[in-house]
Design a binder for this molecule. Structure first.
Ligand SMILES: NC(=O)c1ccc[n+]([C@@H]2O[C@H](COP(=O)([O-])OP(=O)(O)OC[C@H]3O[C@@H](n4cnc5c(N)ncnc54)[C@H](OP(=O)(O)O)[C@@H]3O)[C@@H](O)[C@H]2O)c1
Length: 346
């Protein structure tokens, strides 16, 4: 089969699209004929190399994809050939107390398809049945590939970890990115007043389209001061921060007393200076969140399938242009998700 792959970590020039041995399925696995995949910032981190993660090389990246079931292993009962499916990338061995209690994201061996093990930016992928969800007829492949990782992440961040209630106010940073544009939609749907930041007015116009009530171009204004002004000095109840070092202090400054900052990422660095005085005096909560349980992922996806949430597609590219796809994320071009399609499907 043809697959995106890299033999060593590095810049975009390590990426290739070429021959790779066809995957074989185990008893509990499903062979998926991939119709589309989508990029996440994780694909950039994985390509560059993450501390403590030793990949089998060559590595196929990619955590999001959707396609048609081609074959199933003998223990698989929930899917059959011809079914439409998408990937739910979080995985654990399932034998520890956290997995048994239903939260596999807390399992000591929690890991992610594409980050720690072979991913799905390829013509075919062999995946455990537990890592697939059904895609209804009528949902196009780009949408089915683009939605799962970011909508499950935003859903858990706000609903489960952040405890968002209707009527609260939420500031979403990096609202033009995959997680950001999903978080705007999840917050708006929950009945929140949504504030969104991005680096250009064009991106902010899209953020409004998907549900932001107020937008701030952080290249032109200090977003924490803007938030004070827009909230009559109060601050917001929740900040969604996946940007990291560059925004951390301003995120804390944007919160009302008793507010919560929920973080799932550190695109600009993971070791910001922080302000402990502000955290204890204002009684702020700093909450981490990662991916979602399969149940939370499926709840989020139900809202995609019924049209409540909509992943926006920046551009759809052939997998052979994977380098350009990575470049769009690295250089912050566009709004929403970048989709890649096996060249044989075009
Ligand atoms: N823990 C988890 O489960 C989880 C899940 C998903 C993602 N993440 C993490 O969350 C982060 C966002 O992921 P994503 O897939 O949504 O990424 P993405 O689509 O590339 O979006 C990142 C956004 O961050 C904003 N940004 C602000 N400053 C930036 C800078 N200096 N460099 C790059 N972007 C900057 C950009 O918007 P503007 O240009 O408008 O500022 C961009 O749209 C990543 O670090 C990712 O690893 C974690």
């Amino acid at each position: 089969m043809q697959a995106v792959q890299f033999e060593t970590h590095g810049d975009r020039d390590v990426l290739e699209y070429g021959e790779f041995p066809d995957p074989e399925i185990d008893r509990d696995e499903v062979l998926v004929d991939v119709k589309a995949g989508a990029l996440n910032h994780l694909d950039i981190w994985t390509r560059r190399g993450l501390p403590g993660v030793n990949l089998d090389m060559p590595h196929i990246p990619g955590s999001d994809a959707a396609g048609v079931v081609e074959a199933v292993g003998e223990d698989v009962t929930q899917f059959e050939s011809g079914d439409r499916v998408c990937v739910i990338a979080g995985k654990s061995g399932g034998n520890d107390e956290f997995s048994r209690k239903g939260d596999l994201t807390l399992a000591p061996d929690f890991h992610i398809i594409g980050e720690h093990i072979r991913g799905v930016h390829s013509e075919y992928a062999a995946l455990p049945a537990a890592n697939l969800a059904s895609v209804p007829e009528g949902i196009d492949w780009e949408m089915a590939a683009a939605a799962p990782l970011v909508f499950q992440t935003a859903w858990r961040m706000l609903r489960d970890r952040g405890g968002l209630k209707s009527g609260e106010s939420v500031l979403v940073l990096g609202a033009s990115g995959g997680v950001g544009h999903a978080a705007v939609q999840v917050a708006a749907h929950a009945g929140a007043e949504v504030f969104a930041t991005a680096s250009t007015d064009e991106k902010l116009a899209y953020a409004e389209e998907v549900g932001a009530d107020h937008t701030i171009n952080y290249e032109e204004a200090d977003f924490a001061s803007e938030i004070r002004e827009l909230t009559d000095g109060r601050g917001v109840d929740i900040v969604v921060d996946h940007v990291g070092a560059q925004t951390w202090q301003s995120s804390l400054k944007s919160l009302v007393k008793g507010g919560r900052v929920v973080t799932c990422g550190a695109t600009t660095g993971g070791n910001p200076e922080t302000d402990l005085n502000r955290i204890f005096w204002n009684q702020l909560s700093v909450i981490g969140s990662t991916m979602a349980t399969p149940g939370q992922a499926e709840e989020a996806l139900e809202h995609v399938w019924d049209g409540t949430f909509e992943p926006r597609i920046r551009e759809t590219l052939p997998m052979s242009e994977i380098s350009r796809a990575h470049e769009m994320l690295e250089n912050r071009k566009g709004f929403g998700k970048v989709v890649v399609v096996p060249d044989s499907e075009l």
